[in-house]
Design a protein around this ligand. Structure first.
Ligand code: NAD
Length: 505
């Protein structure tokens, strides 16, 4: 396979977007690497706590300014629509930057950029059409409830789908009238800086948006602990989320936590096997398995095991593992060699625990792969449900496949896991799909499909997969404070005070 040429691309210059001002960071260095061949994209200085403090001060001023605070929702909506336009006008550029940052295929990063534009457009519409409530009157006062911005919101995001997960937080938080400080992950700082350029050029008042790549323990901690930050929306690993929630509890700050997963997928004997096969392959091996919702535990009804599993293995071996800029590639490199090596260690530990490797289980070799962060799509079997590889998130292209016999059994085994993010069910029997989907503790159920997304449909996890929901009309309300009003209509003194008709005792 000839290595595709990289298109000419002017990368972001590495300055941070600190409360609407482009500044060189004063924190630790961050290096963005192209995972396909290990070349350095750019080394930048990340944000220090001092940079964060400046961003917060500018955000406070901008959020309180009548130029933003005084806007009606339909006027705020125009800003979001302009950001959507800016993203759409830059789809190719964003896609290339994101592929350079993360190693994802151009096909996938283009789809992520389009989804980010759609997210800004959707929340422009939500902002413009969200109604306030006149509550049922029970006394002399007219009662109503309104929603107001919280003030300053921090968005902390992982590296796996940068612009889409950034937009999922930034768009509803801005729509709600807040200022937003975004801290992207250190392996993928460039995509968020490109979003900052687009927002800057959109005419959004300066200060309302910051992009502060940097170390979690420095800039991340500052954002979580700072008294001016009224909410943190976090997507990332479960242990990071748990530590963050403890700090948030100290200051009684609401947080939403989109965390890890080990999602079960179930193929019943009556399923259309071609549909199931395609959905399973896409569910675990797209994004090279670096997806919180990856369908990582596959349960196959024993009656079809002997036919289905060999087909699954053969189809996995036909997947094209290659360069992210080659349009034929299905499985691109992983985000970083450190992460790839961690996945390889988890597979080796599973084998030591008794797992049988049905395919993959190794780093591919050859000139196309040697300098990159590649790992072959891998299928393991022969382990009990309590094996580490069945319990812990791998966040890589590793599927564990196990047989089951009854509906009750597969429900219990699916639920016997700390996570509860997503699940997939393949069957032609819709009442069964409904029963099983309702019985599984999870945030999302896909039936005869997998990894489909819609911004209008809420998303979030149960158990160790997190708390709170993003997306949907209610997604904007999460970034607002509710305030209730009692407007008395009688103009009469309260009888309790015992005042006479003229107001004198
Ligand atoms: P991570 O938890 O290491 O980092 C996530 C973000 O938190 C990064 O920006 C990181 O710099 C920051 N951070 C780290 N320590 C911090 C601290 N002490 N205070 C504040 N911020 C801190 O996760 P990752 O490796 O970047 O991403 C992979 C994880 O994200 C996986 O577990 C995956 O399942 C999860 N994820 C979840 C969803 C979801 O929607 N549920 C989506 C994508 C990824």
């Amino acid at each position: 396979m000839p290595r595709p040429d990289l298109p000419d691309l002017v990368l972001p210059d590495g300055r941070l977007y600190v409360g609407g001002v482009w500044e060189t960071g004063t924190g630790a260095e961050i290096t963005s690497v192209f995972p396909a061949d290990g070349r350095v994209n750019l080394t930048i200085r990340g944000a220090s706590a001092a940079d964060g403090e400046r961003a917060i001060a500018r955000a406070q001023a901008a959020q309180a300014d009548p130029a933003w605070h005084g806007l009606k929702p339909h006027e705020r909506a125009r800003h979001l629509a302009r950001i959507a336009d800016g993203i759409e006008a830059n789809l190719d550029r964003i896609s290339q930057i994101q592929s350079r940052d993360t190693g994802k295929t151009l096909t996938e990063t283009r789809a992520l950029a389009m989804s980010a534009a759609g997210t800004f457009r959707y929340y422009a519409a939500v902002c413009e059409t969200a109604d306030e409530t006149l509550t049922t009157q029970r006394g002399t006062a007219l009662t109503l409830s309104v929603h107001e911005p919280l003030g300053l919101v921090a968005a902390i995001t992982p590296w796996n789908s940068p612009i889409a997960s950034d937009a999922q937080k930034v768009a509803p938080a801005l729509a709600a009238g807040n200022a937003v400080l975004l801290k992207p992950a250190s392996w993928s700082p460039l995509t968020a800086l490109e979003l900052a350029r687009i927002v800057d050029e959109s005419g959004l008042p300066k200060g309302l948006f910051s992009v502060l790549p940097g170390a979690g323990r420095e800039i991340g901690n500052l954002l979580v602990e700072h008294p001016a930050i009224a909410r943190v929306s976090f997507t990332g690993g479960t242990e990071t989320g748990r530590a963050l929630a403890r700090k948030a509890a100290e200051k009684l700050m609401p947080v939403s936590l989109e965390l890890g997963g080990k999602s079960p997928t179930i193929v019943f004997a009556d399923a259309d096997q071609d549909v199931a096969l395609a959905g399973i392959l896409f569910g675990i091996f797209s994004s090279t398995g670096q997806s919180c919702i990856a369908g990582a535990r596959l349960y196959v009804e024993r009656a079809i095991w002997d036919r289905f599993v060999p087909r699954l293995v053969a189809a996995t071996e036909r997947l094209r593992v290659g360069h992210p800029f080659d349009p034929a590639t299905q499985v691109a490199p992983m985000v970083h060699r450190d992460h790839r090596d961690g996945v390889a260690r988890m597979v080796a530990a599973a084998v030591a625990e008794g797992a049988e490797v049905l395919t993959g289980g190794r780093i591919p070799e050859g000139p196309d792969y040697d300098a990159g962060a590649y790992y072959l799509p891998t299928i393991l079997t022969g382990v009990p449900d309590d094996a580490t590889i069945c319990r812990e998130e791998v966040f890589g292209p590793v599927l564990v496949v196990l047989p089951f016999d009854t509906e009750a059994e597969v429900i219990a085994r699916s639920n016997d896991n700390a996570y509860g993010l997503a699940c997939g069910i393949w069957t032609r029997d819709m009442p069964k799909a409904w029963r099983v989907g309702r019985a599984i503790t999870t945030g999302t159920v896909w039936v005869n499909t997998y990894k489909q997304f819609s911004i209008s449909t809420p998303f979030g996890g149960e158990k160790d997969s997190g708390t709170g929901r993003e997306k949907g009309r209610e997604g904007m309300r999460a970034y607002m404070a509710q305030k209730s009003f009692y407007l008395d209509l009688t103009n009469a003194p309260h009888p309790w005070a015992g005042l006479g008709a003229e107001g004198t005792p």
